[in-house]
Design a protein around this ligand. Sequence first.
Ligand code: DSN
Length: 443
Amino acid sequence: MTAPHETGTAPEREMADVVRSIRDTVKRHSSRFERSIPLIASENLLSPYAKELLISDFHSRYAEGLPGERYYEGNEQVDEVERTCLDLAKRLFRCSFADVRPISGTVANLAVLKALAEPGDLVGTSRLANGAHISSASFGAFGMRGVKPVYYAWDAERMTIDVPRTREILLAVRPKLCLFGLSLFLFPMPVAELAPTMEQIGARGWYDAAHVLGLIAGGEFQDPLHEGCVVLSASTHKTLPGPQHGLILGNAPDPELDKRLQSAAFPGVTSNHHLHTMAALAVSFAEHLAFGREYARQTVANARALGQALHERGFDVLAPELGFTRSHTVAVRVANEGGGEAAARRLAEAGIITNKNLLPGDTSPKHPQGVRLGTPEVTRVGMREREMARIAELFDDLLHRQRPAAEVSSAAAELKSGFTGLKYCFGAGEAAYRFYDLVGHEP
Ligand code: DSN
């Protein structure tokens, strides 16, 4: 990499300092995360073979349109990789349609709304306090498309939709589209149970699988495209350990619907798509076909073990009667530990990275009473049930026994130091984790 040299102009020297400072900050961030216990339910680590494609020449190119029907020249290899990506997506999710051009989960949601709803339409969804993604909010994708939410009835004990009461709502209000999927996603949604009602009112089923995509692919959750949803949207970097990207899948024998989704993806909500992340996604799909079943199984087993261990240490983990979770996520009400914001901040000081989260019954969006914990990343580095028990012990030490954050942080770093490689991908092992290092020299 060329270095602005010592005798460069004053602006060059000044900006070289800025570049050094940005690199130092990113390196500090990386080494902090290498020492910490990462429990954000929506984060994961990218495999070496996926990650190297992020800095490939694909990053620099344009490929508007579909493979073989582009608006630019020079796309033959991009087309080849995109066709592979589409084939792998359909194989992984056992479906007939895929579009990998949305550049994020929210962009995929906007595309679905553009394809399947008109401004003023009613769309069924869950409330934010019950775990819905901000796409459902008036200040999010729903508001952008001008559709109006129809809220499902919620069973807070079982942390899922209350089917009988929701049937009544759907029959009375008759939304055009019914969205399933959450950001606080503990249990499968009753898609199959509500499918006959959707059919009766002529509503289409839509599933936002961002959080549980890798679990669905791994056969560890529900299978919405075979239970009554005609379209599935997702981001691709949570339980599916891929790059930050978006995805739309379908399984309706309806070419007209597929065309609408494609035209909503481009030119609706993207111009170019992100070719480097699309290529990385193809690698991630291939790796999930090879390793995803075992990864999904262990991710869920770890989440259930973490819930159980926290419960045994006196934490108010939601849904104890149901084994706390069937996904990668555990929700803990921390009203007695200072509330969500204070607990999450204190955990971060101790090297345990989580997020505050609204829980059912929360009255103020600014003061969530929960923290959300996820096991995608700790599973990816090889942790199992025994480490989940140790993490619960660290929570207890910090939030119940008031052990100083610095001491808990050292204990967290010691635990993490035994997990420096990636699992469930090609090129795994020590070298894989060191892939976090930046590749260039100092300017
Ligand atoms: N905000 C993300 C999450 O953490 O769930 C979803 O987009």
